[in-house]
Design a protein around this ligand. Sequence first.
Ligand SMILES: *Cc1c(COP(=O)(O)O)cnc(C)c1O
Length: 420
Amino acid sequence: MHYFEYKDGELFAEDVSLAEIAEQVGTPFYCYSAATFRRHIKMFQQSFADRDALICYAMKANSNQAVLTLIAKLGAGVDVVSGGEMKRAILAGFPADKIVYSGVAKTHAEIEYGLEIGIHCFNAESEPELIRINEIAKAKGVKAPVSVRVNPDVDAGGHEKIMTGKAENKFGIPWKKIDKVYELIGTLAHLEVVGIDLHIGSQITDLEPFAEAFERVGTLVTSLRAAGHNIQHVDFGGGLGVPYKNDNDIPPHPDEYAAMINKVAGSLGVKYIFEPGRMIAANAGILVGKVEYVKHGDGRDFLISDVGMNDLIRPTLYDAYHDILPVKQATGVETQLVDVVGPVCETGDYTAKGRELPVFEQGELFAIMSAGAYGAVQAGTYNTRALVPEVLVDDDRFAVVRKRVEVDEIIALDDVPDWL
Ligand SMILES: *Cc1c(COP(=O)(O)O)cnc(C)c1O
């Protein structure tokens, strides 16, 4: 569900015309709908309203400060994967005790920072990391709250680049080794066990792999408690998918997800933590671009646009599908089979291949749908292209929430040594 809809033949974000934003901001630009973000967070919170549960939005999906501020105001927590994201969380107003910190390569400085601000817990991913956290906590004379990320070795399907819960992935500690690792924690005086966590992958549209993994974790909670560890929470991670293609691959409703979790973990007496990212952000954002040229190639037609893989890398990186809609609603029934490509000098620079679209003309605006997650956060300046701006719409207002970083500013970051 989202709030990007046609009104009188023109695509709107809530009550703001996208053509109007394009006029003022230029293209390409990301556009987010505040109402959609709010709806998704509230829907998830609602599904667990009768439980002790905390939604920790995985900010790596979309970490714009305006988006984070909006989410913090709804009482949610946040899942961070770097010191930089921890800073963002604090600046956006998330209470430190609602921050969970994941990631396989936490540095000394990042762990220190987490301890200083007093985060809810470190989601540790290896034994050497636990040893490092213990040393730093000892030097500071504090106890560090830790959870161990278990790798349940389940195949959640999906694209190989976003699969994380298989034994061969770099994430987490193999579930067969978990007892030993909690034993190790028991010997490290400056660690305090608070929970256990997992995250099996992303864009999962089937409840089965979740249920399989969570059942394993449920068993672990029971055995770890029997061994004397105080497991207060289970962090189920993120991973719930979104419908990128209309009417295809429909993910479960958060209510169904909640029912499954209550079934496998409801009797454990633990606090629930969740780390949804994509499910909150994907359909809350679009990327608006312009057709620069319509090129009729040899047996193939191209819509050449001003949206490059540097602005949205998902099609290239994950073979992702995004719906493409004209900003001015197509009136005719005629369609054309096209590749939608960008300006970057790479064969991989495309947003759609062999797509049946309404007939577009040079200069026309289009919207790449469901681009709110893993879009702007992965944008770059390859080919010395300006960094794409972000706009937030709320009802009938809009604001540029990250300005376009212009080419001159990018070039000015370089230094030419005077000995050249
Ligand atoms: C990426 C990530 C998430 C969010 O995943 P989504 O599929 O976007 O919900 C949650 N937890 C961890 C540890 C992650 O790395």
